[in-house]
Write a protein that binds this ligand. Sequence first.
Ligand code: FAD
Length: 309
Amino acid sequence: PFDVLVVGAGPAGAAAAVYAARKGIRTGIVADRFGGQVNDTLGIENFISVLKTEGPRFAADLEAHVRHYDVDVMNLQRAARVVPAEKPGGLIEVHLENGGVLKSRSLVIATGARWRNVNVPGEQEYRNKGVAYCPHCDGPLFKGKRVAVIGGGNSGIEAAIDLAGIVSHVTVLEFADKLRADAVLVDKLHSLPNVTVLTNAQTTEITGDGSRVNGLTYRDRVSGEETHLELEGIFVQIGLVPNSEFVKGTLELNRFGEILVDAKCQTNVPGIFAAGDVTDVPYKQIIISAGEGAKAALSAFDYLIRTPV
Ligand code: FAD
């Protein structure tokens, strides 16, 4: 059995594996796809001390760092279920989709999250070519340009307020008949001069010139009329879904499906820790996930030395 088993190998899982291995304890990492969301990222310009890198390069660097240590790496494996130990100090089981079972004295869950897509023609084609999901990451790339934000919930309106300070104009498209964000955010949004809000607006297509986004088409759900907007960027803000389905019923989740953790990354089950985008820790970012992963591994180590077998 492992002392620390990490599930997920994005920035959080990789950091947890490196921190655990450096304690000289038996460490394993099992993941569906090494690198996680970073693989889908074009440029990364906000990982402090790295001025600029590319997503796939960053993912390869994460893997190289983990493999530099004595870590059992199990890539292309999905966890299906977690069975907690019968008593603290006992073995926790991770059942894989392929039928295998891994056992460990402690567990770090770092399975990340995925952005919900609008699923209209053009979205996949122009992903990273004008279609973006993270305003903190990609906002500055659209300085002085026209952008749209799809989604009028809290994350959409926060994004629109943030972007309005950088870009020339923001159009917010909300499917429902009114914005769903908190009133204080909506008031702030309405005070900005370079924002247009469209409600009852169903995005039907993202258009481009073959290499980059040049606009979007939406249908007015009341009149049925279709309109094409010319713009250079589209931020999709209709939800971030945590990859926590496999621990539902085992660990305590909030209403968004995020695993609840305390300041030491502990879940409600002794010996099981969680880190990164899959948790309720705010601001889903690489540097934050990596820091949380380090913290979870140190907490797991602390648990191991304090818990008799
Ligand atoms: P993830 O990166 O999501 O990794 C999760 C890991 O768990 C993966 O290895 C996955 O395969 C694995 N996994 C999931 N489910 C299972 C399972 N059941 N069994 C086994 N393994 C599983 N952040 C920035 O700071 N800067 C940026 O510029 C930036 N740009 C972004 C651009 C895009 C397009 C996207 C999508 C995100 C961007 N982000 C950026 C956000 C950043 O990528 C995430 O915050 C970060 O990757 C989260 O790390 P994580 O380790 O928590 O999860």
